[in-house]
Write a protein that binds this ligand. Structure first.
Ligand code: CA
Length: 223
């Protein structure tokens, strides 16, 4: 998507230069900020995706994330963090981030995740009301039916609700807590064998690549 504005908020000059080079070579216009305050100043309606480092010198990255989301509700926010603590990632997702990558990561993985965010932010809500389309999957919410490549998939009620939630958020991470609250109407207290079983079952019906597991955090539907 040439000409799309990416905003890179990263205080490490070497990391920022490498990312800026690879993203620019892929045809993106990249603005770089070295602090949270500078990043918020560069954010605007033309920004498609924000790539946000959590460890910044002036502000907590999660607070930056919250302010980015408040200022630009539609922008894609991808956290890139060296902090490998799950709480930070979950905190970032709760603060409005769409996706995350742990450092170190492969540049190809970063590019794929950025492309997924750009597809998500540039596409109008897919299909008509009551209908979700994500990759090869189509879902009719009113009729409670789903298809993959035009073949109907037979789903149990909770499988249907889980697929609808994940597909409606294709390209974004959906946390386990949110899934338990929205699909099972419960607060997650520890192990959730039922959720694992339903994910396994959906993968058998849709293919293993359809849903990515983000260990300790949640799941992402790959459109
Ligand atoms: Ca940093």
């Amino acid at each position: 998507m040439p000409g799309t504005h990416l905003l890179l908020i990263e205080d490490d000059d070497a990391v920022a230069a490498a990312l800026q080079r690879v993203l620019t070579n892929s045809g993106h216009r990249v603005a770089r900020a070295a602090t949270g305050g500078e990043g918020l100043g560069l954010l605007g309606p033309e920004t498609g995706v924000v790539i946000l480092d959590l460890g910044l010198p002036d502000m907590d990255g999660i607070e930056v994330c919250r302010r980015v989301r408040r200022a630009e509700p539609e922008v894609g926010i991808m956290i890139v963090s060296a902090r490998d603590r799950e709480l930070d990632v979950v905190g970032g997702l709760d603060a409005g981030a769409d996706d995350y990558l742990m450092k170190p990561f492969r540049l190809a993985e970063l590019m794929a995740r950025v492309r997924a965010q750009l597809r998500r932010v540039s596409s109008a809500p897919a299909g008509q009301a009551g209908r979700i389309e994500a990759g090869a999957v189509a879902i009719d919410l009113d009729a409670r039916r789903a298809w993959t490549d035009d073949t109907e998939i037979i789903l149990r009620p909770k499988e249907f609700a889980l697929l609808a939630l994940l597909a409606a958020n294709a390209g974004r991470v959906v946390t386990r807590d949110r899934i338990m609250a929205e699909v099972w109407d419960t607060t997650w207290l520890g192990s959730t064998k039922t959720l694992d079983t339903h994910i396994l079952s959906l993968r058998q019906k849709l293919g293993v690549q359809a849903i990515t597991t983000l260990r300790g955090v949640g799941y992402r539907f790959e459109a």
